[in-house]
Design a protein around this ligand. Structure first.
Ligand SMILES: Nc1ncnc2c1ncn2[C@@H]1O[C@H](COP(=O)(O)OS(=O)(=O)O)[C@@H](OP(=O)(O)O)[C@H]1O
Ligand SMILES: Nc1ncnc2c1ncn2[C@@H]1O[C@H](COP(=O)(O)OP(=O)(O)O)[C@@H](O)[C@H]1O
Length: 722
């Protein structure tokens, strides 16, 4: 591996805060932080700035370097450190010229991360001491928030063994044996600026800080800050949460106080979506239980914070199922089209059949190359996976543009003009003291990687009180710091995933339309697409769910044809009905005779089949029935959507994966369909020439060895408490 020195780089660094309309087109403006060399940016060609503008959104960090020695050094650093970046200067057509070093280049580093230029410079300086340190270490993004600023500051300083107290520094660094931690200090988290919100949307781990002498349940100011921060962590889906109970010395290192706080936080968080929650008592002034054990807290048997962060299992957090390439730059190289972007989900391989969205053109992935090859160490990749940056060859003539998303034909993101969003209005960035408000009719710009799409807020469904969860359905707007559910109508289709499926492609920024500058109003998570007429309003009925004699639920069976879904579902139905519990099987075959008789087995038809079935199941569950859906439902994304439909209405939803291997299904061949599919008489048959995506975390996983249908049925009833 090449050794290099960051100091040899003639670097310009800026964080994009504004995009700006000029006579020549859109360009970007740095946020005011300046490094000694960054003023060379002003002299940069307008063409380069336009290139950058085409690929980044506010919050991005742009690193620019030129000269034969500087560029490769920075490129290498950025690739190693961040993984997900794109570089207009790395286009194949310009690569040779770049390698000779006479052309300026730019990289957009890790969109949505909250670096200041000061942070980045410190990072470069740190890297300089040991150029290889990012070679094998895994980068883990940590954010700390939740208590009055100083408490969070102290924790970050203790974790990163720093004492510089520089207010401009928002990011600390800490190395564990296996990892390189980048720790963003978000302070109290009560008045987030866009960078904070975007950092949260990207973080692997959130450290929620709660001083030991305050409490989450009390109406204290600190408790309020903590609860708000916890809500934001949950909303943006940070997969791992560590509650750091700080200032243990102020409560005499009391174990019972720590346990009391733990109980209170656990009880409070049951209403939040926390996947992984841990607690560490901290005496941060001396870094105890942060970087080293604390003698005064011998009772604490858990790991110290740094060890915990070294060990948290983050590899499974990445979405490695749904293949997505967010295109940030396009060009041509001889006959071929070349695109540059980051893998925002799944794994892509050379030869994969893919579709370019929103256009819908089908094509095939050619050579995959790691951008670092510009340094002369060309790396052709067999496969690329999230969150890598790659350069991809496509056959000549494919229509593809920055902002497009490349996905698999059988596993597509949503391509929609109408989206259902949870938004958090973020402040602190306008600088004019004016309260930012989103309301029905507000014009905004949707920022997705590489693309800006004008849009209108079509409806404000409710404003959410993040504390009580009260939904204020008559609210007229959302002010700074407020959270709400909106629908938005985009002027052109946008390509997104549900946030639940993919945090990267499921998060968007909403920018204000204030020519000539643009500022971020809100950072939103995508609930899903909406396609209904916005003039239709929900009618509240007088009979509520609580008035009904039975509580409903949906049990969703998924698996190959012949796996046993219907047989088990029918057993459960029989058993429940015999006990007087309303239950009903919604069987794919049967639904296709009526409700879904207009649908075939194309991917799109299957999606619609699943969507309709989920909606009907939710209605029946709402009416008090245990609905047993038996549908192959081969796509993870659509099953997730079915779950969302239920979650949104507070209805229980359980996924049961009937995991019978295809060989066994084929042997059973209940309807003789496998034989026909093998003979080519049926096309697009699941498991043969149409994909089946197995669930990752079903509530119940049934395998053939579990017993006969009746046994399995009783076990499911028991396990789900039906
Ligand atoms: N091409 C193809 N692929 C898969 N299945 C096929 C196909 N053609 C017909 N069938 C029969 O239709 C049943 C599956 O319908 P589903 O509605 O459950 O399918 S899906 O969820 O929309 O994928 C399935 O029934 P089950 O065996 O009960 O699963 C098949 O019998
Ligand atoms: N443990 C089991 N659970 C469910 N079905 C089983 C089991 N063992 C054998 N079978 C048989 O497998 C077949 C499954 O068919 P079916 O329930 O129609 O599957 P699907 O609805 O998934 O297409 C039935 O003939 C059933 O009797």
């Amino acid at each position: 591996m090449a050794r290099w020195s960051a100091k040899s780089a003639d670097a310009g660094i800026m964080r994009v805060d504004r995009t700006l309309e000029t006579a020549e087109g859109t360009c970007v403006r740095p946020d005011g932080y300046r490094l000694s060399r960054s003023d060379t940016l002003e002299a940069e060609s307008i063409a380069l700035l336009r290139q950058i503008a085409a690929t980044c959104v506010p919050g991005d960090v742009v690193v620019r370097a030129h000269g034969p020695h500087g560029r490769p050094a920075l490129d290498r650093l950025c690739i190693r450190a961040f993984g997900s970046l794109a570089a207009p200067g790395w286009l194949r057509e310009t690569a040779d010229a770049d390698a000779r070093g006479n052309r300026p280049g730019a990289v957009v580093v890790d969109p949505f991360w909250n670096w200041t230029t000061t942070d980045l410079q410190r990072y470069l300086d740190g890297a300089d001491q040991d150029g290889d340190r990012f070679g094998s270490a895994e980068l883990v993004r940590v954010v700390a928030l939740g208590a009055p600023g100083q408490a969070v500051n102290d924790l970050v300083a203790a974790l990163c063994a720093e004492d510089d107290g520089n207010a401009a520094v928002r990011t600390g660094f800490a190395d564990t044996p296996r990892r390189h931690l980048v720790v963003g200090d978000l302070g109290a988290g009560d008045d987030m600026d866009p960078h904070d919100a975007l950092a949260l949307a990207r973080a692997d781990v959130a450290l929620l800080v709660l001083p030991a002498d305050s409490d989450v349940t009390a109406g204290s100011a600190t408790g309020d800050l903590f609860r708000r921060a916890a809500f934001a962590v949950s909303m943006y889906g940070v997969p791992h949460v560590v509650v750091c109970v700080t200032g243990m010395e102020s409560v005499s290192f009391s174990q019972s106080r720590f346990e009391e706080i733990r109980r209170n936080v656990v009880s409070f968080s049951s209403r939040l979506r926390f996947g992984d929650l841990a607690f560490v008592p901290v005496s941060e002034a001396a870094g105890e239980c942060v970087r080293r054990p604390c003698e005064a807290m011998e009772w604490y048997r858990g790991r110290i914070l740094l060890d915990h962060l070294d060990d948290i299992h983050i590899a499974s957090d990445r979405n490695l199922i749904d293949g997505r390439l967010s295109v940030q730059y396009t060009g041509t190289a001889g006959e071929r089209s070349v695109v540059l972007g980051s893998i925002s989900g799944g794994v892509l391989r050379t030869g994969d059949e893919v579709v370019v969205l929103p256009g819908g053109e089908h094509t095939t992935i050619g050579a995959l190359t790691s951008p670092s090859r510009v340094q002369g160490s060309e790396e052709t990749l067999a496969e690329a996976f999230s969150p890598m940056a790659v350069e991809v060859d496509l056959p000549a003539g494919v229509t593809v543009a920055a902002g497009d998303v490349i996905a698999r034909p059988g596993n597509r993101p949503h391509v929609a003009t109408d989206l259902d969003l949870m938004v958090m209005v973020v402040g602190g960035d306008g600088g004019d003291g004016e309260e930012v408000v989103l309301r029905r009719g507000t014009r905004v710009t949707i920022a997705t990687p590489g693309r800006l799409t004008p849009a209108t807020i079509s409806d404000l469904k409710y404003r959410l009180d993040t504390d009580t969860r009260h939904r204020d359905r008559v609210a007229s707007g959302l002010g700074a710091g407020e959270v709400g559910r909106v629908t938005i109508h985009a002027d052109a289709p946008v390509v997104v995933d549900s946030h639940r499926n993919n945090r990267l492609t499921g998060t968007i920024a909403l920018l204000a339309e204030e020519s000539p500058t643009v500022r971020t109003l809100a950072v939103a998570t995508v609930t899903g697409p909406v396609s209904h007429d916005t003039n239709v309003v929900w009618q509240q009925m007088s009979v509520t769910r609580q008035d009904r004699p039975h509580r409903g639920a949906t049990v969703w069976f998924t698996g190959l044809s012949g796996s046993g879904k219907s047989t088990i579902a029918a057993e459960i139905e029989r058993s429940l009905v015999a006990r007087g519990r309303p239950a009903y099987v919604m069987d794919g075959d049967n639904l296709r005779h009526g409700l879904n008789s207009d649908l075939g087995f194309s991917d799109d038809d299957r999606r619609e089949n699943i969507r309709r079935t989920a909606e009907v199941a939710a209605l029946m569950a709402d009416a008090g029935t245990v609905v047993l859906v038996s549908l192959i439902s081969p796509f993870i994304s659509e099953r997730a959507r079915a779950r969302e439909v239920h979650d949104e209405q507070g209805l229980p939803f359980y996924e049961v994966f009937v995991d019978t291997p295809i060989e066994q299904c084929e042997q059973r061949d209940v309807k003789g369909l496998y034989a026909r599919a093998r003979r080519g008489e049926i096309r697009s048959f699941t498991g043969i020439d149409s994909p089946y995506e197995a669930p990752e975390k079903p509530e119940v996983h049934v395998v053939p060895g579990d017993g006969g249908p009746a046994v399995v049925a009783e076990e499911i009833i028991e396990q789900l408490g039906l």
